[in-house]
Design a protein around this ligand. Structure first.
Ligand SMILES: [Zn+2]
Length: 480
């Protein structure tokens, strides 16, 4: 059984064999625990709440035993040898400088989560997972691999998991290469599977959970929903409909303190005091260690436009100049401009305020947009106060910026959600399907008319596909 499983894994691994900026990529994993009986030992009990990730360079070498997956005994099921076979894995061959850089990379990559990432062995009694970063595949009588890990089919986390990154297969300079494979293998132990592409079609090549190598640079667990798969988009299997690697680690490990720097952003045009017109562009130059996820244009305290971050190239995402257009419906008046640069985990940097004028300063709210006030020649909305579910008449009232209605009912503040993802909406809300945004919107569960007279004001009858279809047909978004 294990032979067949390994054979499939190797076949998959050998197919791409593409040269990348960081060397030949043979990385793969074993789809572990499909047949626990074949592992010649009982599945180990798992402890929740692992807070300690031990990265082992195998100083002086590690002795690995063929057996079940267990960090405490340094045993692993992957090699196709009799149980009890011993292997000597050579120590990390690239010296202290490379090792320290790999460790620093891993600490950054895991820094948004509440876990210690260290090369010091765990104190007695502390539950842990271990990622070995040493040796070669041959030393474990394997081939076609840069690393492997066991992954629970239901994507639940494991403890005392032992994963391998064959660091001595890499060049000493391939810090990002070693870092991403260690990150992927160790994250499999926390229940993550492989990401293929984000829902808008961008490659997941900037996430360590992806096999894709169409971009380079340092990889981070991305706060973005991805379709799963190794070489093509596929189902996420037991992990749910889509995978957000950042959110999954947040849920499992809890929040930490990001070590990555906030974005750098400079407003390049227009000049303070300038005159602008409908359709004018605001220019900004921005860079971020994790990459710019979005550049936002804020006018008099309101976000009027957003552009996505630049695409990733062979060295990651370069510093880039972004042009964000003033929408045509910005009211005339005095305008304070702020540009905000955000990475994917919402680390944000704002530019200092500049003030421009478009047309004439407003004299009253009559020339302003719905719900706005006019003061000092500026049309503006008060800061939003509407929570999800509150009745609204204009979207700027809502903290989420979404004010919409179901069928002919009242407009309420809402927020986007992803159907099939647990906790995608706050408690008491249901994620309604909306064809036009390709996702869903959160709506108060007790305000949903299923149109079939079969709901008594409780949960949406999710077992009834007929009922769901009617809701989708009746649902209309009125405002953005
Ligand atoms: Zn993997």
């Amino acid at each position: 059984m294990i032979r067949a499983t390994l054979g499939i894994a190797l076949a998959l691994a050998i197919v791409p064999a593409v040269a990348t900026a960081e060397g030949i990529e043979f990385h793969t994993d074993l789809p572990g625990e499909q047949s626990p009986a074949s592992f010649e030992a009982k599945p180990q009990p798992h402890v929740l709440g692992i807070k300690y990730l031990y990265i082992n360079r195998c100083a002086g070498g590690c002795v690995i035993t063929k057996g079940t997956d267990d960090a405490r005994t340094h045993s692993t099921a992957a090699p196709d040898d009799p149980g009890g076979t011993k292997y000597n894995l050579s120590e990390f061959a690239h010296g202290d400088e490379s090792w320290n850089e790999v460790m620093q990379c891993l600490r950054e990559v895991y820094s948004p989560y509440d876990i210690i990432v260290t090369d010091q062995p765990p104190p007695a009694g502390v539950p842990y997972n271990e990622g070995i970063a040493a040796g070669t595949q041959r030393e474990l009588n394997l081939s076609g691999l840069l690393g492997y890990a066991y992954n629970n089919q239901d994507c639940s986390p494991r403890s005392y998991a032992l994963s391998f990154t064959f660091a001595n297969e890499f060049s000493p300079q391939s810090i990002n290469g070693m870092c991403r494979v260690v990150a992927q293998e160790t994250a499999h132990s926390f229940g993550l599977t492989h990401s293929f592409e984000f829902t808008d079609g961008r490659s997941a090549c900037n996430d360590p959970m992806s096999y894709r190598t169409d971009c380079g640079g340092r990889r981070f667990f991305r706060n973005d929903f991805a379709r799963c798969g190794e070489y093509e988009a596929a189902s996420c299997g037991g992990c749910g409909g889509l995978q957000n690697t950042h959110q999954k680690l947040l849920n499992i490990l809890g929040p930490g303190t990001p070590l990555t720097a906030k974005p750098d952003v400079t407003l390049t045009s227009p000049q303070n005091g300038a005159t602008v017109v409908n359709g004018s562009f605001v220019g900004a130059q921005a860079f971020s260690e994790r990459g710019i996820f979005a550049i936002e244009l804020w006018l008099n305290g309101y976000k009027w436009n957003t552009v996505k971050g630049a695409s990733w190239g062979s060295n990651g995402q370069a510093i880039a100049t972004y042009q964000v257009q003033l929408p045509a419906d910005v009211p005339d008046g005095v305008i304070d401009i702020v540009v905000k640069a955000k990475d994917d985990i919402e680390l944000t940097t704002e530019t200092p305020v500049i003030t421009v004028t478009k047309g004439s300063p407003c004299a009253s709210a009559d020339t302003c947009a719905a719900g706005q006030r006019c003061e000092a020649g500026k049309c503006f909305w008060d800061a939003p106060v509407g929570e999800v579910g509150d009745v609204c008449t204009f979207e700027q009232f809502c903290k989420t910026g979404v004010c919409t209605a179901v069928d002919s009912g009242e407009q309420r503040c809402s927020v986007g959600c992803v159907q099939g993802i647990a906790d995608s909406c706050p408690m008491g809300f249901t994620c309604l399907e909306t064809a036009d945004v390709g996702g869903g919107l959160c709506w108060p569960s007790d305000d949903i008319d299923t149109g079939c007279g079969c709901s008594s004001g409780g949960e949406l009858p999710v077992t009834s596909l007929f009922g769901l279809g009617l809701v989708a047909l009746l649902f209309r978004r009125r405002r953005r």
